[in-house]
Design a protein around this ligand. Sequence first.
Ligand code: C2O
Ligand code: CU
Length: 376
Amino acid sequence: MGDTVVVRLKNSLPEPTTIHWHGLRVPAAMDGTEIVQHPVQPGETFDYRFVVPDAATYWYHPHTNETVQLEKGLYGAFVVRDPGDPAVDGERVLVLDDLKLDRAGRLAPFGGRKERHDGRRGDVWLVNGRIAPNLEMAAGQIERWRFVNASSSRYACLSIGRRTLSIIGTDGGLIGAPVDAQQVLLTPGERVDIAVGPFAQGEVITIDAVPYSRGMIAEEAGTYASVRVGPSRPSVAHIASTLRHIEPLASDHATPTREVHLQGRMSLRRGVDWRIDGQAHHHADPVRVGDLQVWDIVNDTRMDHPFHLHGFFFQVLDVDGEPPPFLSWKDTVNIPAKGRVRIAWTPDDRPGSWMYHCHILEHHAAGMMAHFDVIR
Ligand code: C2O
Ligand code: CU
């Protein structure tokens, strides 16, 4: 936390690319989108330079031809630590994805109406690029598992061996106190940190997805990985009952300053066109540094969409009028089919061009996104 990071991107692909630092509060010029930089051409380089102000689990990925470049595996996790992080016996980063292959085991062709509508999904489930890995862990220990959902569109409703799991962090880092849950929904783009264990020697713990319906689309159950519990080792883990203080930005009665409508419209030629506020690739009103934003994200469609705001963390005030189970910092949140989610955030002093969009990559590409400026 607080370090300066310099990353040189050398583009050795046959096509242009960029890197977006998903969740990191970088300067606008480092955000990696086509509105703040020219895509890096084959053979060219670009230096990204920024300070990492907040400890959390992040990831990075291209912001150019994303539907293809991410599906081919161009992404990575990015962890920012704080010396005050809870003491654990081990840490793992688990990046989830799924691949759509053809019968010969090659990437299936991209596009088509169904993919444009549902988002691309495949039957080959990956964890850190491997199919159903067998992991190992010592008995008697507590680990911190940092999950990232890097799928194009698949929602992962995670269960750790159908046991109670303990959520300790979300997109923007630690939450106020550990929260017990049976499962946790991870939409494309989201992260969650979970404390797991202690387990007994000989147990096999599976990392599963349980069925979830994202509106018109059903995500089936499956197993991402299994963890075999070996001989026990002493534990030094200590997860305090208070992890951090998060000050609420606004009450859920706060008056919205903006409504953002997520929409779809059928086109005879292309299938569905995805939009925000009636426009594909919408230009939204600017916001001023320091002005509290209370936004109602309204889903006018019959399927869920993961809403992602670039560069700033927000708090969820309510989902369909109900406060969320716990307060946290987020940059991506599920907007349920026909639902309404109220969020609050305050732009800090990083003026420039930013965007928000659906993190189902095919929806973003088909127009469910908006640009806006942060102005002084
Ligand atoms: Cu991870 Cu513009 O997104
Ligand atoms: Cu969407």
